[in-house]
Design a protein around this ligand. Structure first.
Ligand code: PEP
Length: 253
């Protein structure tokens, strides 16, 4: 792990965390092949996790149990239990050995109208059940162009800090500029670093970058002082790309 330069206030760079977000992709057969390839691939010593569709958690837990790769889910309910048809509780995810759960992904904020307050509540519920929430924040293109990045990210993170107080220390933040997700457009390393430094000025924790991360751009992004890993969508479905990303991340921790 690299140390901060002498005299610097900056915390030492953290061990990298690389999280695959499979989104709504896969099938029982294709997952089996993907997991087999993942288990056989050299991943370096980065911390690695895959967040999979909930219906596959049983199979994924079975396959990854006892190995180095963690697993998790892509969302959880803000409620403990009850009449919430279609929702999955944090307690249920914990029963399947989940380590991580993504909350507040921009696709859920945009497509399911999830508010900052709801996302914060989901993080609280996840923490209560021993899961590590990966709380996504990030601005849309219109917000960036209007100079609102700082305000948007500050508002999203602020809601979680206000609710969680000291418990926020158990949360991993993922900075995912919405315009870079699944678009092939990546934030420049400088721009991503600037956003990560802003986030760490609000709360000093592990901050992952997400948005079209692939082996070709990973070294530059993950080499930034305040980028502690990556949340990876598309490239996590390709074992060779994901393995290569994990190795790059490990080499830069
Ligand atoms: C994501 O969905 O969190 C993501 C970063 O996707 P992609 O890597 O495909 O842009």
């Amino acid at each position: 792990m690299s140390e901060a330069p002498a005299g610097s206030q900056r915390a030492a760079k953290r061990r990298s965390l690389v999280v695959g977000n499979w989104k709504m992709n896969g099938s029982a057969a294709s997952n089996e092949a993907l997991l087999a390839a993942l288990k056989a691939a050299p991943l370096g010593d980065a911390e690695v996790s895959v967040c999979v569709p909930a219906v596959y958690l049983h199979d994924v837990a079975d396959s990854l149990h006892g190995g180095a790769v963690h697993w998790g889910a892509q969302d959880c309910s803000s409620h403990e239990s009850g009449a919430y048809t279609g929702e999955i509780s944090a307690a249920m995810l914990a029963e399947f050995g989940c380590c991580h759960v993504i909350v507040g992904h921009s696709e859920r904020r945009a497509l399911h109208g999830e508010s900052d307050a709801l996302v914060a509540q989901k993080a609280a519920t996840a923490l209560k059940h021993g899961l590590v929430p990966i709380l996504c924040v990030g601005e849309t293109l219109a917000e960036r162009e209007a100079g609102q990045t700082e305000a948007v990210v500050g508002r999203q993170l602020g809601a979680a800090i206000a609710l969680l107080d000291k418990r926020i220390d158990g949360v991993v933040i993922a900075y995912e500029p919405v315009w870079a997700i699944g678009t092939g457009k990546t934030a420049t390393p400088e721009l991503a670093q600037e956003a990560h430094a802003l986030i760490k000025s609000l709360h000093d924790t592990r901050v992952l970058y997400g948005g079209s991360v692939k082996p070709e751009n990973a070294a530059e992004l993950l080499g930034q002082p305040d980028i502690d890993g990556a949340l990876v969508g598309g490239a996590s479905l390709d074992p060779a790309s994901f393995s290569s990303l994990c190795q790059i991340a490990a080499s830069l921790s």
